[in-house]
Ligand binder design. Sequence first.
Ligand code: FES
Length: 182
Amino acid sequence: MQLTPQTTDAPEIAPTGRRSFLGAMLALSAAAVSALLALPLIRFSTFPLRQSAAESDWTEIGPIAEFSSITAPVPKTITLERRDAWQKSVSQTAVYVLPAKAGQFRVLSPICPHLGCSVRWESAQDKFVCPCHSGSFTSDGERISGPPPRSMDALESKVEGGVLKVRYQYFRQLVSIKEVMA
Ligand code: FES
């Protein structure tokens, strides 16, 4: 008796192409869920980087009542807070508040645009004088004489809640055009 070979008609479980498609879909949704879970962590860990500019923007100088009747530039010490990534540093620097003009307060940086010495208000001479190379400026900070290539640098200021605030910035020296340093 001859045995006839038997054939099995069992269906294939799944074609290879279909299996890899399902695998890819699973991997994709797992990655999407992981990304969603990681989002708060990323936001938390990058918080100082995103926050730095806003926090160091405006610094209080003092209540406007203090400056409402001044007739000459007044030096004020301000406290700067800077945040670089996760490090916060505090330093002090000076600014000059000028008498208001047309109701607007004006604030000057004391840093000489020549080589960066601290310019002083000399009330006896009614002008600003730089002690390093005798650069001089009017009471409004306009250049009069000496090596400084431009007038003293005006700083952006505003009044908020009765307090005068300044946006302190550093400017490039030895150039005739005021240029903010990064
Ligand atoms: S640094 Fe002020 S005049 Fe030179």
